[in-house]
Design a protein around this ligand. Structure first.
Ligand SMILES: O=P(O)(O)OC[C@H]1O[C@](O)(CO)[C@@H](O)[C@@H]1O
Length: 265
């Protein structure tokens, strides 16, 4: 894993936006396939990408996007659905075809069948070039809660009480938060060719310490990313505060910045 400890949210947003811009430019012509996270962590990066689109002409034309997850049982277009969240916070402000922004259908009659079909849609698109992730305070990624199979495919998941409480901030009352979701599985997420995970704040420090330095375990689903060859972790000082080897990660990142790896032609 490459660990980038940033000084503030602005530096973190730039680092994540740089990874997405690099993927767009690297896929010129064929169109990049982006995996988009929801929740609050990736929003500063989406805002920076909207700025680059408006002020620097960064184009998403021809790209496709797959969302990580969606609540089960919210009416389509519900203001707290992730389908709507990603449009309000990112994709309706850039030049990506709205029909190319795909998410699991949380109102499907048969959620399990929808999950399997969604996994297949990602495969049919040739897989995800770059997957953006957040991380839950309990170490979940997407809605893969503790105890999830590390090999899971897109599936219907039950949310923990902690996640329901964490996400209640987006709803009028905790009783309005759905208790199930459709989520890309940990195996599906690891199929992405590159992954960028972003986290900030003290509340994520324990999960980040497990992600980077913990044993691979279903208790901390994010640790399954240690099996992936191309993961960039962008974290602020507070989220990095429980890491034992921060000085080493800072040194490594400074070396990489001085000696950028030139892709083999
Ligand atoms: O970035 P936030 O809002 O802290 O959310 C962390 C994680 O929790 C989820 O919102 C699921 O509850 C994920 O989609 C997200 O990556």
């Amino acid at each position: 894993m490459e660990i980038h400890i940033v000084a503030d949210a602005s530096e973190g947003a730039k680092a994540v936006a740089d990874a997405i811009e690099s993927t767009l430019r690297g896929a010129a012509g064929s169109g990049a396939v982006l995996g988009l996270a929801t929740g609050s962590s990736p929003v500063p990066a989406y805002t920076e990408l909207i700025r680059r689109h408006r002020e620097e002409g960064l184009s998403f034309a021809g790209s496709r996007a797959f969302l990580l997850d969606e609540y089960v049982g919210l009416a389509a277009g519900h203001e707290q659905s992730y389908h709507r969240f990603i449009r309000e916070n990112f994709t309706s402000h850039i030049d990506i075809d709205d029909a190319a922004v795909v998410s699991p259908d949380g109102s499907a009659e048969d959620p399990a069948a929808e999950a399997a079909a969604y996994d297949e849609k990602i495969r049919e698109a040739g897989g995800v070039d770059l997957q953006i992730l957040g991380i839950g305070s309990n170490g979940h990624i997407a809605f893969n809660e503790p105890g999830s199979s590390l090999a899971s495919r897109t599936h219907v998941v039950g949310l923990t009480q902690g996640t329901i409480q964490d996400n209640a901030r987006f709803f009028g009352d905790v009783s309005e938060v759905p208790v199930r979701a459709l989520s890309q599985g940990l195996g599906t997420i690891r199929d992405a060719r590159r992954i960028v995970l972003t986290a900030s704040g003290e509340g994520k420090a324990a999960a980040v310490a497990q992600l980077v330095e913990g044993a691979i375990s279903a208790r901390w689903p994010a640790t399954s990313l240690q099996l992936h060859p191309e993961v960039l972790v962008v974290i602020d000082e507070a989220a990095a505060s429980q890491l034992e080897l921060s000085d080493y990660y800072r040194f490594q990142h400074s070396l990489a910045a001085q000696n950028p790896v030139v892709p083999h032609s």
